[in-house]
Design a protein around this ligand. Structure first.
Ligand code: KIV
Length: 278
């Protein structure tokens, strides 16, 4: 059977994007966008827009569940979100995060959680955070047939150990990140997220790896860029990290619509005759 080769973004594809498509896109030097999604409507919209990879991130912690960070998120909380995203898409490759505490005990726990997520959500891949300490787990999961996206640099699940939201890879730390990325590729990861990493280190990692790098605060010289959708679309009103660019004002649009509805109710103009049954 032949494998259709079309651009990841903007190309027509009658099936889901696969990890093989991502690999060949890297060989073609093609850049691609990735977004988080946690629900039916955003998943359907992003899929219609042609976003090739959607992440059901544990950033649901501070974007859905109103926690301060991702640390409290559980597998039980992510599973229904991922299931909804999978059901609402037909083209995007859906990746589901392994939340904090669901893989740190070692390869056996990491594999058990990955299998559970794949079976219960229908996602096509999992993502986990960490460098050399998780290499064996990545190997074990991949060997069992589950594609793994790695995540190094600033790893939000370790925010307490890292002492806050800090850029990674400065000075000799850059060598540590390159070494970790190479080891994760060797272990079988199909892509590596680089979060809040200097542009120079991200460019070096991207040059050295055969699998795609996905940057978030990692500068322009990576294969793909990911943003949390609420940051990208302007859903939040608090201060954004430097790496975010807002492409919309969804918060403003929703506030305007909400106030217009409320005003109509208070003034008695809604419902009008056309909204009324007789
Ligand atoms: O959970 C998440 O949204 C992430 C992305 C920021 C890469 O890990």
């Amino acid at each position: 059977m032949t494998h259709e080769t079309v651009p990841l973004y903007g190309g027509k594809l009658s099936r889901r994007v696969t990890i093989r498509d991502l690999r060949t896109a890297k060989e073609r030097g093609e850049r691609w966008p990735m977004l988080t999604s946690y629900d039916m409507y955003t998943a359907e919209i992003f899929d219609a827009a042609g976003i090739p990879v959607l992440l059901v991130g544990d950033s649901a912690g501070n974007n859905v569940y109103a926690h301060a960070d991702t640390v409290p998120v559980t597998v039980e909380e992510l599973v229904p979100l991922a299931r909804a995203v999978v059901r609402s898409t037909s083209r995007a490759l859906v990746v589901c995060d392994l939340p904090f505490g669901s893989y740190q005990l070692g390869p056996e726990q990491a594999l058990a959680t990955s299998i559970r997520i794949m079976k219960e959500t229908g996602a096509q891949a999992v993502k986990l955070e960490g460098g050399l300490p998780v290499v064996e787990s990545v190997h074990r999961i991949v060997e069992a047939g589950v594609p793994v996206m790695a995540h190094i640099g600033f790893t939000p699940q370790s925010v307490n150990a890292l002492g806050g939201y800090r850029v990674q890879g400065r000075g000799t730390d850059g060598d540590r990140l390159v070494e970790a990325a190479l080891a994760l590729e060797e272990a079988g990861a199909f892509a590596v997220v680089l979060e809040m990493v200097t542009a120079e280190v991200a460019a070096e990692v991207t040059k050295r790896l055969h699998i795609p790098t996905v940057g978030i605060g990692a500068g322009p010289d990576v294969d793909a860029q990911v943003l949390v959708w609420q940051d990208m679309a302007g859903m939040r009103e608090d201060r954004m990290p430097r790496f975010v660019k807002q492409y919309g004002d969804v918060r403003g649009a929703l506030l305007t619509a909400t106030r217009a509805f409320a005003d109509d109710v208070v003034s008695g103009t809604f419902p009008a005759e056309e909204h009324t049954y007789h």
